[in-house]
Design a binder for this molecule. Structure first.
Ligand code: MN
Length: 245
């Protein structure tokens, strides 16, 4: 058997094995009311199912991108995270606990733990029938902080468009309950002690090319302006209210 075929079989077997292993754990995946990811009893992080179909965000985010982004990229962060924390004190910690002292822990945990947490948030703050504006307390807080909802969108889009290379743009709530727009490189997030601006994200957009390249190629600003059509404001508001109450 030549080397390439042998490698392909190994990869296939590994993928099948990973699929069998993770399936029974998925029902144990849990997110608390602050949107924090919790672990299974086994201490392993798991990839939760998307809360909607892969094609549910069409035409703004295409089905194929969602399949690869969730099933391949996010799954890889979960697998690599589990490998990186196995047998260490981090295996018994939540991601939020690790993020508070991120600077003490290995880069593999920063990249893959961030990757897991960030994508969990991302899938949940989007949805079919999204878009429009928030209402109630969140809208009032946005208007107070950014003058208008449109000014907020502009600042958020600018944060995403000007992030050089890969990263995320965020709307966060800081320790005083105030809103800020910020961005982080790679899979960092504002919960990490290494972040320039710290707080809890309630909205985030992935500006890695893998998030938009199939449909938008190099047109990141177009992806960012279409993102607003799939934002699930009820979920963003729920997260905001849980933090400021
Ligand atoms: Mn991504």
């Amino acid at each position: 058997m030549n080397k390439m075929i042998r490698s392909a079989i190994v990869i296939l077997l590994a993928a099948t094995f990973a699929g069998c292993q993770s399936a029974p754990e998925q029902t144990e995946t849990n997110t608390n009311n602050k949107g924090e990811t919790t672990m299974t009893n086994s201490g392993k992080h798991v990839l939760a199912d998307l809360p909607y179909a892969h094609n549910a965000l069409e035409p703004y985010i295409d089905e194929r991108t969602m399949e690869i982004h969730h099933g391949k990229h996010h799954q890889a962060y979960v697998n690599n995270l589990n490998n990186a924390i196995e047998g260490t004190e981090m295996a018994d910690m939540t991601l939020e606990e690790i993020f508070k002292n991120m600077s003490k822990y290995p880069m593999a945990v920063r990249n893959n733990g961030g990757g897991h947490w960030n994508h969990d948030l991302f899938w949940n703050i989007m949805g079919p029938n999204g878009g429009g504006k928030p209402t109630g307390e969140l809208l009032a807080a946005i208007e107070k902080r950014f003058t208008s909802f449109e000014d907020f969108q502009e600042e958020f889009n600018r944060a995403g468009a000007t992030r050089f290379g890969s990263g995320w743009a965020w709307l966060i709530v800081d320790a005083d309950g105030d809103l800020h727009v910020t961005s982080t490189p790679n899979q960092d997030n504002p919960l990490m002690d290494v972040a320039e601006v710290q707080g809890t994200p309630i909205l985030g957009v992935d500006v890695w090319e893998h998030a938009y390249y199939l449909k938008y190629q190099n047109r990141r600003p177009e992806y960012l302006s279409n993102f607003w059509n799939v934002v699930n404001w009820d979920e963003v508001a729920r997260r905001y209210e849980a933090l400021v109450k």
